[in-house]
Design a binder for this molecule. Structure first.
Ligand SMILES: O=P(O)(O)OC[C@H]1O[C@H](O)[C@H](O)[C@@H](O)[C@@H]1O
Length: 526
């Protein structure tokens, strides 16, 4: 039986920090640095590896972190989760996103159905629909093929699928499986919908309305916006729109759609990329086989995350090191820095996944916790970030732990040699250089040019960003966030913090405001 204790109630947590601190300026310099890189790594799926040599850990600290994992019962809590326990205590729900890509434990039955069977059935229906669109069996009113897909959704119904689409776009083009271009409308700012509609031919477009709840103001507004545009173009919206929603949502029974695919309340929006939410757009854009490969990568990584030994469980280890940095070393933020243009929106997706999950001040019983929880997450792809905010990362007053991601090969297979190196080599040289610059710093008598170093980073390295590698990366971070939630004793699966703003906005629109809210409304021209 698992015990859900606060982090600071654990004896192993109280001992953390008693083993001294690692000084990376020494540890990563010279031969010792080489030994650390060879020793401090853990395998991931799809041939990737998680390297943590440049984190402020050593054998003694890692031993303490393993003791923490054991006492916090991380492995058996995950087991409880994937076997269908009510882990989302706030909403009294199961947490089943792992089941959308594999089955780690026993059968999970809820709502009178086997949930794995439900998710695979939805995936099968999406695959059949996508095939019909690609084969010209489902066409527009004039009998023409659909060429474009536009996803309408926000938050988890946008960020993950968008990041995944961008991550595989060039790969799919290069590998002959690019079927349809995808675009995304998320913001209620009318310029977002107008901007996308201005670049497509609506008559050749399938719109996917994605909303788990079926009640999100932005998404429903954008649906009406698009329907209006279709009507104005003389098109029948019901022949151009499909829906992805939960079976209990108000949209579920609506027959206005060409097709409808389902997820359920046991899949959190920010964990829904491997459900129908990501499945519809990715299967239409790249074909169901590519989506399947993406799921297989995630499933393989989930299996590693289910391992009991943190030293061979990259997600668990990453989570433990993150908690050590947050709660013992006191670092406030984490930057996600992929050296891969394809992962340009991956940091934005992780921002929601992490901050909406672990940005909480009460534990899973609703009691206030008196230790820091989820860090601030931000990031941009390298090398762009280097020419932007890295100044603060190198010389600012806060130490920000960094999570790099890099690959040996690019996706499009186009490159050029300039001044003796390819662009890919320049990209990889930069990330290697950054790791060492952050860790070791540089002495200089001129304080302005002095780098203190001791700024920790990890890097995940893979051969190439393939569908499997992308699935594994996604799973790694989902599971890391889950393990951190266990350590902080949070419910990582609800998001009450987004409600207040929504309620006040409704009040503004209904002109039911007074005081400063009224003044702001007037200033904004409402
Ligand atoms: O998919 P939907 O129900 O439309 O929800 C879209 C998003 O909006 C909410 O406000 C939550 O903050 C997100 O977790 C969710 O992903």
């Amino acid at each position: 039986m698992n015990q859900w204790k606060n982090l600071n109630e654990l004896t192993s947590y109280q001992k953390l920090g008693q083993n001294g601190r690692v000084d990376l300026t020494c540890a990563m310099a010279g031969e010792e640095g080489t030994v650390r890189v060879k020793k401090y790594n853990a395998p991931m799926a799809a041939g990737m590896t998680y390297y943590y040599a440049a984190k402020q850990v050593d054998d003694a600290i890692l031993k303490d972190l393993c003791a923490l994992a054991e006492e916090a019962q991380l492995a058996s809590k995950f087991e409880e989760l994937y076997n269908g326990a009510v882990i989302n205590t706030g909403e009294k729900r199961l947490v089943l996103h792992h089941l959308t890509r594999g089955q780690l434990g026993g059968a999970v039955n809820a709502d009178g159905t086997d949930k794995r069977a439900f998710y695979t059935e939805q995936q099968r229906k999406i695959a059949a629909f996508a095939k019909k669109v690609h084969d010209g069996e489902i066409v527009n009113e004039k009998g023409e093929a659909f060429t474009t897909v536009v996803q309408i959704g926000i938050g988890g119904s946008d960020l993950g699928p968008r990041a995944m689409y961008l991550a595989l776009e060039n790969w799919a083009k290069k590998n002959g499986c690019f079927k349809m271009e995808a675009k995304f409308i998320s913001n209620v700012d009318p310029d977002d919908a107008a901007g996308v509609l201005g670049t497509i031919d609506p008559s050749r477009t399938i719109f996917i309305l994605v909303s788990k709840s079926g009640t999100t103001l932005e998404t429903l507004t954008n649906e009406s916006f698009v329907k209006e545009a279709l009507k104005n173009a003389g098109l029948d919206a019901s022949k151009h729109m499909i829906a992805v929603t939960s079976e209990t949502s108000p949209l579920a029974g609506n027959s206005d759609y060409l097709a409808a695919f389902f997820m359920d309340d046991f899949i959190g929006g920010r964990f829904s990329s491997t459900s129908s939410v990501g499945g519809a757009v990715l299967s239409l854009a790249f074909g169901p086989e590519v989506f399947d490969r993406f799921l297989r990568g995630a499933a393989e990584e989930d299996k590693l995350a289910a391992g009991k030994d943190p030293m061979t469980n990259a997600a668990m280890l990453d989570a433990l090191i993150g908690v050590y940095e947050r709660n013992v070393l006191g670092y406030p933020a984490t930057a996600v820095l992929p050296y891969s243009q394809a992962l340009s929106r991956f940091p934005a997706h992780l921002q929601q996944m992490d901050m909406e999950s672990n940005g909480k001040s009460v534990n899973r019983r609703g009691e206030a916790v008196d230790y820091p929880t989820g860090p601030i997450i931000f990031g941009e792809p390298g090398t762009n970030g280097q020419h932007s905010f890295y100044q603060l990362l190198h010389q600012g007053t806060d130490i920000i732990p960094l999570q790099f991601i890099g690959f040996n090969e690019n996706q499009a297979g186009m490159d050029v040699t300039i001044q003796g190196s390819t662009s890919q080599q320049k990209l990889s040289a930069n990330v290697a250089a950054q790791i060492m610059a952050f860790a070791c710093g540089k002495q200089d008598e001129n304080r302005n040019k002095h780098f203190a170093g001791n700024r920790p980073s990890s890097i995940i390295i893979g051969k190439q960003l393939t569908p499997e590698a992308l699935g594994a990366l996604l799973s790694h971070f989902e599971n890391k966030v889950m393990f951190q939630g266990f350590l902080w004793n949070l419910n990582s699966f609800d998001q009450e913090g987004v409600q207040l703003g929504k309620i006040l906005a409704k009040r503004v629109l209904a002109h039911e405001t007074d005081g400063a809210l009224n003044t702001f409304s007037e200033l904004l021209g409402i």
